[in-house]
Design a binder for this molecule. Structure first.
Ligand code: ASP
Ligand code: MG
Length: 417
């Protein structure tokens, strides 16, 4: 017997037929003798619709009321799934965040989970084998007693947090893809599903554009050592052999990964913009004068490259921001021009960041040099480079993204035979 968390995303609960399919997945685990807490998202598109209604009601609305509205999507699916399970003879009860409770901070719209009380769930597992169907994405702030939501994609985080709270053996994330791939299969048809990926690698993949899971949920999994299994919800429950390992990707600790590749995956993001500040004074305080105001404007700066000046007087400073913030960033920089005293501001929005990820890089030298050579042979110019222990990223012209990703994917032996 195992204790499992099963999480189903929006496309997996998009209509009643799919909810019935989900219920059969749950029944399959219960029939196999397991205990299950099921976490559900809102039906596909529902949260977008609810968010849209809030904006239409008033562009600047109270975040507490936004949460009251958008949390309702998950309430519906939790109730419906419990009804369908009951109809199949499975003992089930729905739970909203405030009922457990799932205690969060008061940052409405992007609250953080602080504590989950799993006692009642555990009691019911053992006493009556009751399945808990929990509304994802929501919690409650204890002082105000008001409903909170965890930020878009937050039901992944709900699921992992609940798995930690009830000591689940595994947190299964049922989704519309059958696992985590070495890169986006739409770009590289030879991309392969990874059997296992380390938390740290998944964090890089997730934050660099592989949109499988909310980044917060992977962080939480890493902190609490929750084994997360990404698998397809579209497999027919009847076709799953309970004795065989199902297809999917396990996100786990490094120690569980025996055969470690040097490179695990290639991620890319086209939502980048590059800003170059030309000929700023090379003296203390300049970086602070530039990046302080950007941080105050809530603009996330990513890659930063600064040269050592040749003349000891001035230098160039290059960095990237999300493309969506490009206009705001240049506005901020124009405002500080007097103080910073740069000669010129250059920008480009047609750039992409391509990243190579793998914990094996810690113990292997020369991994990045191979990439530089391969891209040079394809005449792809690298505009900026950053590195960390387990990844390096290169900024290139967006037109070359696909070519660069394909080149690197085969260079590091990730292509499917
Ligand atoms: N329904 C919420 C959203 O669309 C939460 C989730 O699905 O994870 O963002
Ligand atoms: Mg999601």
């Amino acid at each position: 017997m195992a204790r499992l968390v099963m999480k189903f995303g929006g496309t997996s609960v998009a209509d009643l037929d799919r909810i019935r399919n989900v219920a059969r997945h749950v029944k399959r685990e219960i029939d196999a003798g397991h205990q299950a807490a099921v976490v559900v998202s809102a039906m596909a598109g529902r949260t977008d619709e609810l968010v849209g209604w809030c904006r239409a009601a008033a562009p600047l609305h109270d975040a507490r009321e936004y949460d009251a509205v958008v949390a309702s999507g998950e309430q519906v699916t939790a109730g419906l799934l419990a009804i369908v399970l009951e109809g199949m003879g499975v003992n089930a009860r729905s739970w909203q965040g405030w009922q457990l409770p799932i205690v969060t901070s008061d940052a409405h719209g992007s609250a953080r989970i602080l504590d989950i009380n799993g006692t009642e769930l555990l009691k019911r597992f053992t006493e009556s084998g009751e399945v808990a169907v929990i509304a994802g994405f929501q919690g409650v702030h204890p002082d105000s007693g008001r409903i909170t939501t965890l930020g878009r994609g937050g039901s992944d985080t709900s699921a992992v947090a609940i798995a930690a709270a009830i000591g689940a053996e595994r947190c299964d994330i049922y989704t519309d893809v059958d696992g985590v791939y070495t890169t986006d299969p739409r770009v590289v048809p030879k991309a392969q599903r990874l059997d296992k990926v380390a938390y740290e690698e998944m964090l890089e993949l997730a934050s660099l554009g592989a949109k499988v899971m909310q980044v917060r949920s992977v962080e939480l999994g890493m902190v609490h050592n929750v084994r997360i299994f990404v698998r397809s919800s579209f497999d027919r429950p009847e076709d799953i052999d309970p004795r065989a390992d199902p297809p999917g990707t396990l996100i786990c600790g490094e120690e569980e990964i025996v055969e470690q590749q040097v490179v695990t995956g290639i991620a890319f993001s086209k939502d980048e913009a590059q800003i170059a500040i030309r000929r700023v004074a090379d003296k203390p305080g300049i970086a602070a004068a530039i990046f302080g105001p950007l941080a105050d404007a809530n603009i996330n700066v990513d890659m930063i490259v600064q040269n050592v000046s040749g003349d000891g007087m001035t230098t160039d400073l290059t960095f990237t921001v999300p493309a969506a913030d490009y206009g705001r960033a240049t506005d901020v920089l124009k405002k500080v021009r007097k103080e910073v005293n740069y000669e010129r501001l250059d920008g480009a929005t047609d750039v992409a960041k391509v990243s190579v990820i793998g914990i094996g890089m810690r113990s292997h030298a020369g991994v990045a040099a191979l990439a530089f050579k391969a891209l040079a042979e394809r005449r792809i110019n690298i505009r900026a480079i950053t590195t960390s222990e387990i990844k390096f990223s290169m900024l290139i012209d967006a037109n070359y993204t696909e070519l660069a990703v394909r080149t690197l994917h085969s260079l590091y032996g990730l292509d499917k035979e």
